[in-house]
Design a protein. Sequence first.
Length: 290
Amino acid sequence: MTALAFALVLTSAALHAAWNFLVKRSGASGPVFIWLFTLPSVVVLAPLAIWMIITRHITIGMEAALFLAGSAVIHTIYFLLLSRGYRDGDLSIVYPIARGTGPLLAGALAIAILKERPSLSAIVGAFCITAGAVLLAREQRAASRLPGSVRVRSVEYGLAIGVLIGVYTVWDKFLVGGLSVSPLILEWVLSGSICLLVTPSALSNMPLVRDTWSKHSKVAVTGALLSSASYIAFLTALIAAPVSRAAPLRETSILIGALLGTRVLGEGKVRQRLAAAGAISAGVILVSFG
């Protein structure tokens, strides 16, 4: 991995943790919020994307269009599940498990589909990620058995979101690497497609749209721009870097997310959750540099 790709992935990680924290802290969720969350990116990226399309004479072939459509569906499901997971679960559990599971699956898919080969350290890293996830799962199970506790499926949400992360990482790697789709144009098309897919649900409840905007407009705009900047940086790194290294390195955001969840949001179990997040982070670093 080049120094530029390394820097881009780390920048992407920091931005990613930041926007996830903002969304979790806001408490906003559902199709209406996702519509408001994606709309700013569509508007801001439009001039740049259109300028690139015109000046570079970019055309989208049938294969690329089909893969873009598939990516839009995957990302829409991801955002819906993510917002639901943050509404019902803890950031310090959902985020580490999701971000740890994603690279594992992305690496496995890259090995199977893109013919990348893992090293011994990558295998050890996979075990570290699994161990961290197991620690968080055991903690959630123990908490759910306490008198008066409510069953919170933070682990289940994290695993499901992680699967989607793994799938869209490899899928989008093929778009930018195999089909040469510009990262900025890909992010613009994705934001626009997600926005379009949830538009019927949003427009059917305009009072909720107005209420959500009045309460969460700052989070929607700031989060959208941070999210787009994070993914464009990551996709740019993926052009030259293999998925099996870039995807795990991005998950250094796990420790940031766990710290924000336990310290700032006061989700409790600080030592246990930071230890688990540390194990997952060590795992993704081993996978990345293996």
